[in-house]
Ligand binder design. Structure first.
Ligand SMILES: [Zn+2]
Ligand SMILES: [Zn+2]
Length: 246
């Protein structure tokens, strides 16, 4: 922890970002021990689609699996608003907490290493799906960008501004097809953006749902010669209809 962070801790003692319990000054992990245990439990819970623990699940949303080659997906935890993970993800959307972003980045890096997805990282780069200007202005935060930057710093990989976007209606009420149409209209490549042919790209977002947004991003990257795409998200929410019935 650097001096500035330490002084900030003295002024605003750190709290568990899931339950609000006061933490020891200088604590790096943004969770109290009880909430950290719940986070670990979520990490080990079973994927509702493949049945493997979330730590090793390599499931892709159908959109990403069907429409694009050379793509891997990695997430950390199931996303539900009421869990410890859900609270952390919602907190990250509303306010900037560097130790929360670092926590997500560290967890993602160990997951990437566990699945050996970083082997060709020498020429890799990181891109993110930016938040709408309106939402960013409201909260002062672009959680996907913060996460991408924390990953870039830790992995010593460049973070590139690949995408521009316009404001779009919320996707919650849309079907997967409608989400995809909307995502394709929302994002475009920034003028002059290019990649060296075959580059591995980590495509970062905070939550993966239908995969429509990631797919729209992946299609744009494909148009500039991307090699492998690793879609990286902290949370993944599975639509009830896709869950395996047991
Ligand atoms: Zn807690
Ligand atoms: Zn799975």
């Amino acid at each position: 922890m650097n001096t500035v962070d330490f002084i900030l801790d003295l002024l605003y003692p750190p709290v568990c970002l899931a339950c609000g319990e006061l933490q020891v000054i200088g604590t790096e992990v943004p969770l109290c021990s009880a909430c950290q245990a719940k986070w670990e439990e979520l990490r080990r819970s079973r994927c509702p689609i493949c049945g493997d623990p979330e730590t090793v699940c390599a499931c892709k949303p159908p959109l990403l699996a069907d429409l694009i080659r050379n793509v891997e997906c990695l997430h950390l935890v199931p996303y539900e608003q009421t869990t410890v993970a859900g609270k952390l993800l919602l907190t990250a959307k509303d306010e900037r907490f560097p130790r929360l972003t670092r926590f997500f980045a560290d967890e993602l890096i160990s997951a990437l290493q566990m699945r050996a997805l970083l082997e060709e990282q020498n020429d890799a780069c990181i891109v993110y799906l930016p938040r709408s200007a309106a939402r960013k202005a409201e909260s002062g935060v672009d959680q996907a960008e913060s996460l991408a930057r924390a990953l870039g710093q830790r992995l010593e990989l460049p973070v590139l501004k690949a995408f521009a976007r316009r404001d779009a209606p919320p996707q919650k009420e849309l079907t997967a097809d409608e989400r995809l149409r909307s995502a394709r209209r929302t994002y475009r490549l920034r003028k002059g953006f290019s990649l060296t042919e075959g580059t591995t790209v980590l495509l970062v977002d905070d939550i993966l749902t239908s995969g429509a947004t990631m797919l729209a991003g992946a299609e744009l990257l494909r148009s500039v010669g991307v090699g492998k795409i690793v879609c990286v998200s902290v949370g993944r929410s599975v639509e009830p209809s896709k869950k395996q019935k047991k």
